[in-house]
Design a protein around this ligand. Structure first.
Ligand SMILES: [Zn+2]
Length: 263
């Protein structure tokens, strides 16, 4: 391990010399081709297998393709708290960039990819919420409200977990010592409130969509059953006619009837 680890030709591209992993070697290029998905391997990347790396490279390729497609159609028409840019028509969003966050930047997410969010102030989670509960299994965060008496804040982040990538989408609101009495500090919290309200709206939209789906399945089911019952009844009537005509026996009639009634 470390500097003594063996080097050999990359098991994936076969071109470059690479670091030793569980069952082969991986070069720097192939590691980079995994993009953000490399975090799925955890801290000890040398324990990964060749097939893990190959899968992550595929995942990243797919992700880059999705980004290209989204970039081509992304037209934000709404700004949330001056930090999120939303294209309501396509249901897409991205962070704003630069000092004044006036231009969309970074990955383009779909609003339905949002799983949950949390706000961290100087290491304390001061607020959090679930957006899409069907994805949010096992995310438990303890909220530590920052002490209200503190005079400075040196870091304030909004983190959004998505199903798009394995790392949270992070917006740094404050990154240097800022007085909690300052306009910058209060403004940052106002922006975060706007973002939280928006996320609550997305949650509502997802809940409504899910409710609609449930209603559709329920209504198609209840519509099918009476139809089936109607069909069975009509067939039994026909059979009864055949019985009365003497075309079938009493025994044949009873067997068929049982079948149709699922007895
Ligand atoms: Zn390689």
């Amino acid at each position: 391990m470390g500097i003594f680890s063996k080097k050999g030709l990359c098991s994936i591209c076969g071109k470059e010399k690479g670091k030793e992993i569980s069952d082969g070697f991986v070069c720097k290029d192939c590691e980079l081709r995994c993009g953000m998905f490399i975090t799925k391997l955890g801290d000890n990347k040398s324990l990964g297998r060749v097939q893990d790396y190959t899968k992550l490279i595929e995942k990243n390729k797919e992700y880059l393709k999705i980004q290209e497609e989204r970039k081509a159609i992304f037209k934000p028409n709404k700004e949330i708290g001056g930090i999120m840019f939303v294209d309501e028509e396509h249901g897409l969003w991205s962070w704003g960039s630069g000092m004044f966050k006036k231009k969309p930047e970074g990955p383009i997410y779909h609003i339905y990819e949002i799983v949950s969010y949390y706000i961290v102030e100087d290491g304390d989670v001061i607020s959090r919420g679930t957006v899409n509960s069907s994805h949010a299994a096992g995310t438990k965060i303890v909220i530590n409200h920052g002490s209200s008496s503190k005079q400075n804040c040196s870091q304030l982040d909004l983190c959004i977990n998505t199903t798009l990538i394995p790392v949270p989408a992070r917006m740094r609101m404050i990154q240097s010592t800022t007085k909690t009495s300052s306009l910058v500090y209060r403004n940052s919290h106002r922006q975060l409130k706007d973002a939280e309200n928006f996320l609550a709206g997305v949650k509502l939209q997802i809940c409504n969509e899910q409710l609609k789906k449930v209603k559709v399945t329920v209504s198609t089911k209840s519509a099918e059953q009476p139809k089936q019952a109607d069909d069975s009844l009509a067939k039994i009537k026909q059979l009864k006619e055949l019985l009365d005509m003497g075309a079938i026996t009493e025994e044949e009639f009873n067997t068929k009837k049982k079948e149709l009634l699922n007895l």
